[in-house]
Design a protein around this ligand. Sequence first.
Ligand code: FAD
Length: 324
Amino acid sequence: EKLKQLKNSNEGFVSLEFFPPKTESGLTNLLQRIERLSVLKPLFVSITWGAGGSTAEKSLELAAYCQKELNLTVCLHLTCTNTNKEIIDNALAKAKESGIRNILALRGDPPRAEVLDDSIGSLNKDFQYAADLVRYIRHEHDDYFSIGVAAYPDGHVDGSDNSFQDFEKDIPYLEEKVKAGADFIISQLFFDVDQYLKFESKILSTESLANIPMIPGLIPINNYQLFKRVTKLSHATIPKSVLNRFPVSVQSDDRKVKEIGVEVLDEIISDLYKRSNSPIKGFHFYSLNLESSIAKLVKKSPILQEYTHIAADDTNAIVASEKD
Ligand code: FAD
């Protein structure tokens, strides 16, 4: 199914991101998790794509399984850096064969060496930015796919411009992605609600972006070191009020960290729900292929219960299967 209802629907939803596991047993395990998580009736599940097509086969396999066997609506990520039209054509053809109608069009991150020797252009003949990929998909496939793009409430930081982080600089490029044919936006993960709301206001006051739905991206906190690493990599600021919730005494206690993490996310969700300038249509979760924190969060959050149309106790089976 195509994600066109994102624009019109007033019903809330959740969506879930998964990445393709490296091993067969990892895949079997993940498919069971996705099946359990499907009680949340995600509007879509998104499947990541390794930069340069490094996970192409596994991403396509997982995406096809979710779409065809689990009957979920899939949004397949595609990155265009270090790739060529052939790889993209092949991925889009396979997506079509599997009944997938939604693509998240991304640039991807260039490998480190390229950033250092500044030779990005040389390996990247067909596409340079995500907008090029959006344009290409529209040109080749017209309206067949619904296309999503990424945006960054904390600003986008490239390897080469670490010092400059301001969402204002990305706005013209985000507009370019929308002009090229993007239908919706998924935000990078963030923990600073004030910052998200500032970004949202900017989008709402930018004529070409105001009508494009943006889904806030949230990541559960399962482990303190991972939380720090992920926020550092994505350049997401952690407000002091969040950081203070994890004193040294709990940092190595994963059970406690998860428990506090669920509280923190529950508060972020209520805060967004109350303060957003346009009704939040849905929440996108970077699941990291884990299920228990998401299930516990739904069990705790009346907003997510409303969005998923399930009762708190309906999450018990997922919580009980906890292996995370
Ligand atoms: P773009 O929109 O192309 O922007 C990249 C940078 O270039 C920005 O700093 C922008 O300001 C700048 N820029 C854009 N156009 C121009 C221009 N014309 N001139 C000058 N500068 C310009 N990565 C993966 O490898 N696989 C995934 O599956 C994946 N999934 C993601 C999902 C989400 C929701 C998000 C938010 C990110 C994901 N990423 C993924 C990471 C993403 O690939 C990186 O953040 C990447 O560095 C930027 O991708 P983009 O599509 O936002 O790029």
